[in-house]
Design a protein around this ligand. Sequence first.
Ligand SMILES: Cc1cc2nc3c(=O)[nH]c(=O)nc-3n(C[C@H](O)[C@H](O)[C@H](O)COP(=O)(O)O)c2cc1C
Length: 311
Amino acid sequence: MAATAAATAATAAATATTQESQSDAVQKNYKIVQDVGNFTATEAQRPDFDHAKHIETTKSPYPTWDYGQGVPDNGASLLQEHHEVDPYAPDRPSVNNYRLLVSAIAPRPVGFLSTVNSQGQKNLSPFSYFQVIDHDPPMFIVGFSSRPGRVKDTYRNLKETGECVINTVSENMIEAVNATSIDAPYGVSEWDVSGLHEAPSTTVKPSRVKESVFSVEGKVIDIKEFADHQQPGMSIAATVLIRATRFWVKEGTADADFSHIDLDKLRPVGQLGGVSYGRVVSTFERPRTKWSNEVVKSELLARLEEEKGEN
Ligand SMILES: Cc1cc2nc3c(=O)[nH]c(=O)nc-3n(C[C@H](O)[C@H](O)[C@H](O)COP(=O)(O)O)c2cc1C
């Protein structure tokens, strides 16, 4: 019996050692954190951030656009052909898919997640594979990428405790938020790394970020792990579905019934490709249309409706 236990322990230790050396090996070729050279010198050449910048509202790009017009640029946007990319091609590094996707699907909102593990140790990290996906019930999705070695602490905590607070990221918070993405050892709190302030939550254990304009307490309702795609030495990739249990809106940033947050107060930051972030400095509006109102004004819509009727 003792001999069997010893053999099992030896096998487990050998497996752990193999996994460790596999993750060390993949780590060497894994360059997801972009080398930015002497960033301080580069940034010194750039103009200062304009804190007072007003958000202007302009006309839309083609205000006289009519049904069927596509992009009214005389075919300029149709000149180039497209290059086909197989994301799974054996000679395509996954880092190329990362760089392509984060530069192509942009801007992305940053979900700033506060979690705790089962011992109550705190974690705070940003995620831009993130989106609100419904309001009734209010639901959110977060994607955790595979990486050499262990899974992201936030993912581990969500699996362990099923709770989080999702906080919004405004321009004035970005240096502190970006700093929390550091690969801190498990159990080190990025609250301390960032200097951001905690505020108590009601329905979940993790704290809210007091600096955020909007925070959402939430509970995990589903997890999808992509085991079939996991590579040796890499952590598993996973997507987590979170259902909101409470909203927190900063005083003075919303209307009287807390149904609309002022963009000028939110000042959202979007993540772009590489190490770039973007701010909203200009907006435009387009009314949402209803077929019944529009069909009487548009020959094209009337013809489409008539042709459909003939089928
Ligand atoms: C703005 C920003 C967005 C990020 N988005 C994601 C993401 O969507 N998914 C992910 O796995 N990592 C993302 N990262 C990287 C994580 O924040 C980083 O790996 C962090 O160390 C994870 O922390 P944790 O291990 O404490 O959870 C992002 C980093 C930044 C700066």
